[in-house]
Write a protein that binds this ligand. Sequence first.
Ligand SMILES: *Cc1c(COP(=O)(O)O)cnc(C)c1O
Length: 409
Amino acid sequence: MKNYGFTTTILHNDRQKGIEHGSLHKPIHTSVTFGYADARQLASVFQGKEPGFRYGRQGNPTVAALEDKVSKMEQGVGTICFATGMGAIGAVFQALLRAGDHVVSSSFLFGNTNSLWQTVAGQGVGVDFVDATEVANVAAALKPETRMVFVETIANPRTQIADLKRIGELCAEHGILYIVDNTMTSPYLFRPKDVGAGLVVNALTKSIGGHGNALGGALTDTGAYDWTRFPNIFENYKKNPALQWGLVQIRAKALRDFGASLAPEAAHHIAVGAETLALRMDRASTNARALAEMLEADERVAAVYYPGLKSHPQHGIAAELFKDFGSLLSFELKDGSDCFDYLNKLKLAIPTSNLGDTRTLVIPVSHTIFYEMGPERRASMGIADSLIRVSVGIEDTADLIADFKNALD
Ligand SMILES: *Cc1c(COP(=O)(O)O)cnc(C)c1O
C-alpha cells in the first residue's frame, strides 16, 4: 500500500479494507458471536488455523478496525485494545509477569499506574522505582530477574521526560522488554518504536479519542523486541512465529482470561476521534506553549513545567525526539496562594480529571489524583501542594490565555 501521511492513513484505512455499502466508517458490530461457513470452519477458527472472530471478549470487527489504525499510527506489527488504559497496563502484568520477576519503573508515573505497581509488588513481583530522566539510575536497578523497564514519555503531572533513547539502548543490550506509555505524546508527536520500545501503551481515552466521550486503551507490539529472549512465554504459544509470541499471549492470558475488553461502541467513538488527532495535537500544543509562556512571565506564578519551555530540564530531549511539546503543563502558585481560589476563578477551564480532551481541564493534583499516595511519595515525585495540572484544549488561544490571566488578576 502507498505510504500516506499520518492523517491520510487514519482517514482512509477502514474504507480501503472494503466495507459493505461503501460505508466510510467501520460499522459498530454488536454481535457477541460470529457465524462460519460450516462446523469445520468453526473448529479451524478456534484452533487459530484460519483468521476469524471467536467470541466478543477476545476480538470484534469494530475493535479490530481500531487496532489496525493504532498499529499504523505506531508503525507496529499488531495492537490489542482494552476497555481502559489501565486495562492495557494491567494486561502487561497479568500476561507477562510471574512471581519472582522484577520490574524497573520510572518513579514519575500516572497515579493509577503507580498504584498498580504496588498491587503487583504484593503479588510477588519486585518493583523498583527510579528517576528515569537519567539512564544510569535505570542501569543501576537492573537485576538478573528484571523482565521489563516501564516509563512514560512526558510524565503526568510534572512533565519529566525519561531518557527514552538511552534506556532503549540499555534494554536492547540486556534483552529486556522496554515498555513505553505514549499517552502524553500520542503516536502523532512521538513513536516509541524509534527508541527501541517493544511494547507501547496508549490510553485511548486521552488524546487519541480526544473528546472525553469514551474510555479505551491499547498495547502495540512494535516488532522491536525479540520474544525468544523472554522467559515467560507459555510453550503452547511458541508454535507461532516469534514476532507474535507477545501479542498472542497477551490476547489469551490478559484479554481473554481477565476480560477488560473494549466495547464496539467505544471503539467507534475513539476511531472517529482519532481522525483529527494530528489537528487537535497541533492546536493544543500551540495553546499550551502560549499559556506556559504567559504563566512563566507572571511573577505571581512560582514555577511552570512544560517541555516546550527552555527552562524545562529535558527541553533538549523533547525538542530532539518529539514533533511538538504536547498539551500537558503544570504550574505552582507563589507560596501562600490558595490554588482552590484560583481554580474557582477560571471561567473556561474546567476543574476535573481526564487529559487530552478538546476542552481545557484543570485539577489540583495533591488534593485529588495524587491524594492517596501520601505526602512523602508526593514530595519524592516533586508534587507541591499548590500544583495545578492543565490539560490544554483546542479553544481559541486568546480566550484561553485571557481566562488564566484574569484568574491571576
Ligand atoms: C489516563 C492514563 C492512563 C490510564 O488510562 P485510562 O483509560 O484512564 O484507564 C495510563 N497512562 C497515562 C499516562 C494516562 O494519562
